[in-house]
Write a protein that binds this ligand. Sequence first.
Ligand code: SF4
Ligand code: SF4
Length: 190
Amino acid sequence: MTETNQTLTSHSPLAESVLRESGQNVNLCYQCRKCSAGCPISYAMDYKPAQLIHAIRLGMDDLVINSKTMWLCASCETCTTRCPQEVDVAKVMDAVKITAMKKGIKPTIPDVAAFYKAALANIKKCGRMYEVGMIVGLKMRTFDFFKDMDMGMKMFKKGKLKLIPSFTGALTTWKIFQRVKRIEKETDVQ
Ligand code: SF4
Ligand code: SF4
């Protein structure tokens, strides 16, 4: 392998973790920046999607996992559809979040992590999203009890928030969670 090739092909722990968690090889990126140009949230990110991918390739693991970028990502997949190298950038964002969580890194935007946890716990329990339960779960995690109350009341008045959860499909969802747990245990991914 030439020195140039070694520079272009990253085997940093984070690049390896991203590959394991998402199947995405960041080394395919040739920095055209189409992902950053199309990202609707990039204006608020500390590192734009292409910069984050490049930082992973450069082995700047600490910078990446302490970044706000992946927590701000809205998973809209615009980046993924624009990438000429078929790098699924949205999946890379998820993989970086998973890696950060597994390493016990405190999320740079705690409310987003709290939302994910509340939503997942809610879906696991009810089989699908039960909004009122999710909101309660989120408030219990963030202790921000009055945030967005106005919007919540408007949604309730319009019948968008149901008081009674539907448990349709709960068993199937529970089986999916069990299966994922089993796979994670078998692969023992750290
Ligand atoms: S998936 Fe995330 S990174 Fe990609 S364009 Fe959407 S918000 Fe930006
Ligand atoms: S669009 Fe794809 S190739 Fe271009 S910078 Fe983004 S990840 Fe890299």
